[in-house]
Write a protein that binds this ligand. Structure first.
Ligand SMILES: [Zn+2]
Length: 58
């Protein structure tokens, strides 16, 4: 298991060893979603997933 730190709340986020690029992991504490952008051995790069709030008109 790899770990990354949540940029928002600082919690450790567990990432499976077989994680793939573009996979989304969510912070267990605050729910922030991060997209894995790069994998180099045990080092993971990631970026926030920007969720645009859509109004579905319901
Ligand atoms: Zn968090």
């Amino acid at each position: 298991m790899k770990k990354i730190k949540c940029p928002d709340c600082g919690a450790d986020i567990d990432v499976p060893d077989d994680v793939m690029i573009n996979e989304i992991v969510a912070c267990p504490d605050c729910g922030l979603e991060l997209e894995i952008t790069k994998i180099e051995g045990d080092k993971l790069s990631y970026q926030r997933v920007v969720v645009e709030k859509e109004d579905w008109g319901e």
